[in-house]
Ligand binder design. Structure first.
Ligand code: ZN
Length: 284
């Protein structure tokens, strides 16, 4: 058995809630496009797929039928794909709480997101995660056997996670996603990433973590995250530009680059089964 410490998990976030075909014509939006993209990203080395869906008009959505169709395609047409599914519970702003919880509760992916606090989103809206909702979300995830990916957009959200751990809303070992550089949240700098990681280790020791940066912070967070022993997330949810002045051709392009960086650093890319062991996921 190779050493899991040298393994780095690549999560791909193919779609997100916001990028449009106008931002980048290559962003996958329909269930068929998303499932095919996830399959191709898995072939490039992604171990986890963070999934969002859209309405038929491309708008942000928690459309249950679209989640169901993606899962169906991955289990039939792309049945050899063993990628870990991680469904969003935050497919937009001002969504109904039942719509946010239904996909993971009904479809039982191995993971789903737990956005650990409320924030001013992009200086334009409130991204609401009421304490009562988070308590219910944690309980539903435990009932469904779905591991929360704790998305933290600033330092206070890590302390929130420690509170929910103490209350039993979350169960150790926790897995964090440090979301760096979203307007309204913490800036994507290496110094900030070190503070996030150190805070997590002091209030929730034994946790695992991953990071990504949106926009210009993307590369810094990828290199720093790998060097600091974390896992990484890439994809068009966070960046539609591959490098300055160049639109991304696909999500696979981001995964392939992440794999190259991980290997050049001297680490190895985790397979989905290795990621399951690293993250203590329930057996499939
Ligand atoms: Zn997301």
């Amino acid at each position: 058995m190779s050493d899991l410490k040298a393994k780095r998990i690549i999560t791909v976030a193919t779609t997100g809630a916001w990028p449009t075909k106008e931002n980048n014509p290559n962003v996958p939006l329909t269930p068929a496009e998303i499932a095919r993209e996830i399959y191709r990203c898995w072939k490039e080395g992604a171990a986890i797929s963070h999934i969002h869906v859209r309405n038929e008009d491309g708008a942000a959505s928690m459309n249950y039928g679209a989640f169901e169709e993606i899962v169906r395609l991955l289990r039939t047409e792309y049945g050899d794909c063993d990628i870990i599914l991680n469904m969003t519970t935050s497919g937009g702003i001002n969504l109904n709480e039942d719509d946010r919880t239904r996909p993971f509760f009904a479809l039982k992916p191995e993971m789903a997101t737990f956005d650990c606090g409320t924030m001013n989103w992009q200086h334009s809206a409130i991204f609401e995660n009421h304490p009562k909702f988070l308590e219910r979300l944690g309980a539903l995830m435990q009932e469904a056997g779905v591991k929360p990916e704790i998305e933290t957009f600033d330092l206070g959200m890590i302390y929130n996670a420690a509170y929910y751990l103490k209350k039993g809303v979350l169960k150790a070992p926790l897995h964090f996603q440090f979301c760096m550089g979203c307007p309204g949240g913490i800036e994507a700098t290496t110094k900030n990433l070190v503070v996030m990681r150190d805070t997590m280790e002091s209030v929730a020791p034994g946790s695992t973590w991953s990071a990504f940066g949106v926009g210009h912070g993307a590369m810094e967070m990828m290199y720093a995250g790998i060097a600091m022993g974390g896992h990484i997330r890439v994809g068009m949810e966070d960046n539609v530009i591959y490098k300055k002045g160049v639109l991304a051709e696909s999500n696979m392009q981001f995964v392939a680059r992440a794999k190259r960086v991980i290997e050049e650093y001297g680490c190895e890319v985790a397979t989905p089964d290795e990621a399951r062991r690293i993250l203590n996921l329930r057996a499939r």
